[in-house]
Design a protein. Structure first.
Length: 265
């Protein structure tokens, strides 16, 4: 089991959940993935939950702001891209047609961050590590294994992320777009078509599991929903799209072979 100690710039290094029910989310994800939930004071009157496996950070979670809850917003997962200079990235985001949700800010002694939307409206974060480098375990069962942009304008998205992070791309026979950083496939991109309904442009989170059918059953047992049932993913494996009891949507995926080694070093 490789423990990540540092991530290259331009690679996803963290995911966290903004939830309408922090205690309920802790119970759900601990039951589904076997995560240990450790609450950490934020200094702002709330707790941030660190989800861990064997004492190593795998994901995070925090309470949704009351004004967002008042709008009826469901819980959601956010994906963060690592960079050692978040202020420089923020300037590139604006120059490339994205929108900053807030300017770069320090998060205690843990790191510096911003949140933004790309020109298609999909939200993502940028994390500059200090004490917190991101996920220490990835690409093994019950951890983050993939991040995927689902958008109605892949060309605009490709141009944006290339300008901001230097990503390059490969497209397979099914028109799935692989995003590469320094030649390494590290995220995906796919077009939303009319059959998807009103799904917003978004970055979705994939967690690796050993048995998708068992994971779907556990999701339902814990009060969640299955949105897309067991689906083949070509030669890669199979997946399902599921939802926690508070509406947080994510994908569980089993691979036919081993996943790629962790991107960090």
């Amino acid at each position: 089991m490789q423990i990540v100690k540092q991530y290259p710039d331009g690679v996803f290094n963290w995911v966290d959940l903004t939830t309408t029910d922090q205690e309920g989310a802790k119970a759900f994800y601990s039951g589904l993935f076997g995560w240990d939930a450790v609450d950490v004071p934020t200094g702002m009157g709330s707790m941030y939950t660190m989800f861990k496996i064997d004492g190593k950070n795998v994901a995070g979670g925090g309470p949704m702001q009351p004004e967002m809850q008042a709008q009826g917003m469901p819980s959601f997962w956010a994906s963060y891209i690592k960079h050692d200079d978040v202020d420089a990235v923020a300037a590139k985001i604006s120059a490339a047609g994205g929108n900053l949700m807030f300017p770069p800010m320090d998060v205690m002694q843990e790191g510096r961050m911003t949140m933004a939307t790309d020109p298609t409206g999909a939200a993502f974060g940028v994390w500059q590590p200090k004490n917190h480098i991101g996920a220490q375990l990835v690409n093994i069962p019950n951890t983050l294994v993939w991040n995927e942009l689902q958008t109605r304008d892949t060309e605009a998205a490709k141009a944006f992320y290339s300008a901001v992070f230097g990503w390059t791309y490969e497209v397979d026979a099914s028109n799935y777009i692989l995003s590469l950083q320094d030649g390494r496939g590290q995220a995906g991109m796919m077009a939303i078509d009319g059959s998807w309904g009103d799904v917003p442009n978004n970055w979705t989170v994939y967690f690796m599991v050993e048995d998708v059918t068992a994971a779907m059953s556990k999701v339902k047992e814990l009060g969640g929903n299955v949105l897309v049932p067991l689906t083949p993913a070509g030669e890669m494996g199979e997946f399902a799209v599921v939802q926690d009891p508070q509406g947080g949507t994510f994908t569980v995926m089993r691979f036919n072979g081993p996943a790629s080694p962790p991107p960090g070093y």
